[in-house]
Structures are given as structure tokens and as C-alpha cells.
Ligand binder design. Sequence first.
Ligand SMILES: NC(=O)c1ccc[n+]([C@@H]2O[C@H](COP(=O)([O-])OP(=O)(O)OC[C@H]3O[C@@H](n4cnc5c(N)ncnc54)[C@H](O)[C@@H]3O)[C@@H](O)[C@H]2O)c1
Length: 334
Amino acid sequence: MIPDLTAYDHRVVLITGGLGFIGSNLAMRLSASSGVEVRIVDSLHPACGGDPRNLDGIARPAQVHTFDLRESARLRGILPGVDVIFNLAGQVSHIDSMREPLQDLGANAEAHLSLLEGCRAVNPGARIVYSSTRQSYGRPQRLPVDEDHPIHPLDINGVNKYAGELYHRIYHKAHGLETCSLRLTNTYGPRQLIRHASQGVIGWFIHQILCGEEIVLFGDGKQLRDLTYVDCVVDALLLAGVHPHAAGKVYNLASGMPIALVDLVKLMITVYGKGSYRFAHFPEERRKIDIGDYYGSFSRIQEELGWSPAVSLREGIRRTLDFFERRRSIYLET
Ligand SMILES: NC(=O)c1ccc[n+]([C@@H]2O[C@H](COP(=O)([O-])OP(=O)(O)OC[C@H]3O[C@@H](n4cnc5c(N)ncnc54)[C@H](O)[C@@H]3O)[C@@H](O)[C@H]2O)c1
């Protein structure tokens, strides 16, 4: 279901991490409605995907605040009056979480306690939608992975993101805050960070194909992945932000169309019209935290909120490559 933006009329929305990939796509969508006021808070952490240029072309400017969620006094200054918070701030890179675990702890756990404490103090009535991750499941014990699958993260990011999710759950149960968590899987699309390889394999494939480089697949390339196009993730966020049944819930997002990485690369090459790939030895640093095959079930969110992914993989890739092709100077610069 494509959410009806009129549900946000006369509402104030705060997007944490709103200059990043998913947050900016959400801000762009909301800006199409004249009835909604959008506030953004983003630290523009250099390791993350935030960039003010992600809002280029926005229909109506958002109110942008550049600071870290852990700056609680400044945060409490912008929370009053907010109806819905999309809590998307975070550090996405699994590799960086292993290299800089304390930095990951700050961005993915402490920052969210700061937000929740701020809400408890000055705005306990706001709905908060948190972007959690499938990474917390670790290596799947069964497929497709549903929300009741055991949590066994293989990396620091999966632990800290899950801590963030648990904080949201505890603030719902203990303090009555209206929190909801969406466990995102690999998200791709316009405005994602493709400058370097830290934020994951999909962005790096896009980089390599646009730069005319041979795409490098680690291992045999047969690992199954579950990709959702960013507009579909924005649909889910918007539904969770207003749906009466979403408070206190955890939902998986998934595509329903798992694909092996090698087939994804072949599809990208077909859609782009050129490109090549080769296989390479799995670097030990990455192999140790690789989750193997993964795909999830989105039955719960489909039944309860009416969400299902609306954009096919082929169409999503076409739109993504087209977006970056037209903005090479911004997104491919190093
Ligand atoms: N992209 C994916 O495939 C994916 C998958 C699962 C979960 N997620 C989650 O979705 C959220 C958004 O991811 P994204 O891909 O848009 O990442 P991104 O790096 O593009 O955006 C994250 C933004 O958060 C900001 N930020 C980080 N720490 C902050 C802090 N303490 N205070 C204020 N701002 C801070 C960064 O500056 C950045 O602009 C993240 O929380 C991530 O863990 C993303």
C-alpha cells in the first residue's frame, strides 16, 4: 500500500539522520505535502552517508539542525511540538563497527537513549519509528527469517543496533512511549553512499559499474540477499508513523524476491547496458562477519499495516543507476 500523505497534514515530523540516504528520501517524499512541517537533525558524521546535497530539489525546505543526538540540551530544544519522529540516525557500516566499536556504540546505542530520554522528558506523546536491522539475526537458522527468529549478531553493529531496538521497546513498555521498530534489510536507491565500499556491497557494485570498473564478487557470489528499494522503505516508515496498530511492534521489511549476488550483478549489467565482473577471494575481515544466505518474511507488516514492496528489483535498479548517472559529480567524488 502506498501511504496517503494527508495522514501527515498539520503534523510536525522530525527525521533523525535526515541528511543521510533513507532519511533524505523520506524528507523528499514528505516535502511534497504542504501540510507537514519537516525538521531534521543530523550530525553529518564523516563516516556516514549524510550530505546536505541529498536534499537538492526538495519541494519545500526542511528545518535542518546539524548536531549529534547525544547533545541532549539542543535536542530537547527541537522536540516539543513534534508528532512523529523517524529515528534513522545511525552508523551503517558493519566493517567500521568492527574497526571502531566504541564509535558504533555511541552512534547506534547511546544516541538513541539520548533521544528516548529527551522524548520522555519533553515530548512523551510523539510516535517514534526506529530503523532497526536484519543484521541482528546473524546467520539465519531458517529461511525466510521472521521476527521470531533468534537474535545472534555476528558483528558489533548487529549488537548495538539491537540495543537501540530494545531501548525503544523498553521505553514503550515502561514509559508508555509510542515506539515501533522496522528491521530493514539491504536498502538501495538514489542518495545512498556509493563513494566507498564501507557501507555495503550494493552501493559498491553501483560505484564500480558507473566507473567502468570490473565488479568484484567475494567467494562464489551465490549468497542470497534480500533487497528493498528505498521508496518502499519510505512507504513502510510512513505507514508505521501513523498506523494505530504499530505502537510497541517490531516488523521485518523484506522483498519477497531473494537474489544471489552474482545474479544481482548480472541484472545491473543488463540494465546499465555494459559492465563486467570477476570473483575474488573473500577477505578474512569480511568473511568472519558474513551472514551467509539471508532473506526475510514481511508477512507481519503486510497483515497488520498493509505494506508490501511496490517496486521490482529491475525497476529499482534502473531508477538508481539513472539517478547516479545524472549526478556523478556529487556522488562519485571522493
Ligand atoms: N541502508 C541500509 O541498507 C540499512 C539497513 C538496515 C538498517 N539501516 C538503518 O537505517 C538508518 C539509516 O541508514 P542510511 O542508509 O540512511 O545511513 P546513512 O549513513 O546514509 O544516514 C545515517 C545518517 O545518520 C547521521 N547520524 C549518525 N549518527 C548520528 C548521531 N549520533 N546524531 C545525529 N545524526 C547521526 C549521519 O550523519 C547520517 O547522515 C540507520 O540507522 C541504519 O542502521 C539501514
